[in-house]
Design a protein around this ligand. Structure first.
Ligand SMILES: CC(C)(COP(=O)(O)OP(=O)(O)OC[C@H]1O[C@@H](n2cnc3c(N)ncnc32)[C@H](O)[C@@H]1OP(=O)(O)O)[C@@H](O)C(=O)NCCC(=O)NCCS
Length: 177
């Protein structure tokens, strides 16, 4: 996708104010589009904004890296890296909430966010990444393409927004320091 830049968001109140509406819009759009990303049908912008405000608290606390894909003055995609591991897992991090607005999909934004979040994981000395996603979903195909290893499938792990069960595949990836 032309004209898309990836940036790391800080928790400065000015950044939060400027980014929350776009990020909430992306999350609400993904749920509306049927993605299993933690929330159920009927989930709206206000709840999504609340969710991202909590994410910014974790950014402020150094527990999360939050990336945004920006096109012009609009954020069209996002991903998080969870760094808040137990003391015996200092080398591990979790990739979470890779979300691209439906209007910006199938143009490489998701792939770019994933490549950049790996770069930030290296920067934080994390050499083992984990994530889970709906089996056979667009995210699943993306992770396979980017060299993530399938650990296995957990049947009926989560609900889709419409209340039906979906299988989840757990992935890991080792990255060179
Ligand atoms: C998963 C998700 C983030 C992928 O985002 P995306 O920006 O569409 O990802 P990409 O564009 O990198 O890749 C998607 C597809 O577009 C294709 N593509 C990439 N660039 C392209 C281009 N320039 N022209 C045509 N197709 C292209 C890719 O090959 C890929 O095809 P595939 O699905 O058949 O494998 C997005 O579908 C999404 O937000 N889904 C809902 C939330 C979700 O499920 N997130 C994962 C939670 S773990």
């Amino acid at each position: 996708m032309t004209g898309v830049t990836i940036e790391k968001l800080d928790a400065d109140p000015k950044t939060v104010r400027a980014a929350v509406a776009d990020l909430a819009g992306i999350l609400a759009d993904c749920v509306l589009g049927g993605a299993s990303v933690g929330f159920m049908a009927g989930f709206g912008i206000a709840e999504a904004a609340l969710y991202f405000r909590k994410v910014f608290d974790d950014v402020a606390g150094g527990k999360t890296v939050l990336l945004a894909a920006r096109q012009g003055n609009k954020i069209v995609g996002t991903v998080q890296l969870g760094l808040d591991t137990m003391p015996n897992q200092p080398h591990r991090a979790e990739v979470k909430k890779l979300l691209v607005h439906r209007s910006a999909r199938n143009a490489g934004v998701g792939e770019r966010l994933m490549r950049d979040i790996e770069r930030f994981a290296r920067h934080h000395d994390r050499s083992l990444l984990v994530l889970d996603t709906v089996t056979d979903s667009p995210g699943y195909r993306l992770y396979e393409r980017l060299g993530w290893h399938r650990v296995g499938v957990i049947p009926d792990y989560a609900l889709l927004p419409d209340g039906s069960f979906c299988d989840t595949t757990v992935f890991y990836k080792r990255i060179a320091p």
